[in-house]
Design a protein around this ligand. Sequence first.
Ligand code: ADP
Length: 274
Amino acid sequence: VDTTTGAGTGEGPGNGSRASGTELIRFDKVTKRFGALTVLDELDFAVDTGKHVTLIGPSGSGKTTILRLLMTLLKPDGGTITVDGEYLTHEKKGDKLVRASERHSREVRKKIGMVFQQFNLFPNMKVLRNVTEAPVHVLGMSKDEADQRARELIEMVGLTEHLDKYPTQLSGGQQQRVAIARALAMRPQVLLLDEVTSALDPELVAGVLDVLRDIAHTTDITMVVVTHEMSFARDISDSVLMFDHGKIIESGPPDKMFTEPEHQRTRDFLTSVL
Ligand code: ADP
């Protein structure tokens, strides 16, 4: 039965939008299985508004599953996920908490933007249109407003001179920067980054990370980041969570996590990626 009650604070979600310093994302006893494999086992964690949280840990430890659950690309087998005070996975029907309808999930998910390892741009659309498409068709933004906002974002990622090109005319790093602009064009409250540089040629990685550092340092967007780029993680993170077999085995500020981790498994992991 999946009618778990809400957050452990006793308040429960639904109190409207939150100010900085309050919880934006909460996982409450979230379990995810694939067949006989339990990938997440009653996972609890929360991300405060405006914070940048990096998930690290060996391959297969459940990091991407967390992002996919937030994007509603996967559904949890147990527990609840809350975004900005609203259930993502559930909705209230009278006094009862039931599984969210597609429609409800889609509404809550508008608060979330994601950039994937593979950039997934629309191949038949030029750069500008890639960035304006969803704001116009999903948010109902006017074409002029979407256009102006897209131009600002494209400038921010350093691609103004490429506005009029198709994705295949760009390098992988440039395509990924368009994907970042496209995600931000939806004005999400949280940006999820899933190993966004791991499909790039090494010489293109720095340009993408520079853009993301800039966004992290100059905007108030909340970020949840999965990366193997440890120096980037150190630069942008407020906190680092070390996962192993779907559990957080250690967490803390980057200075502590990268210089004096407590767990041997964290030390072994960092040795393997640094
Ligand atoms: P990470 O991002 O830490 O590398 P993932 O969240 O991608 O880990 O995967 C966690 C575990 O779940 C892995 O063992 C992976 O093989 C398994 N897994 C992920 N997605 C699926 C799926 N769609 N079907 C079956 N197993 C999956």
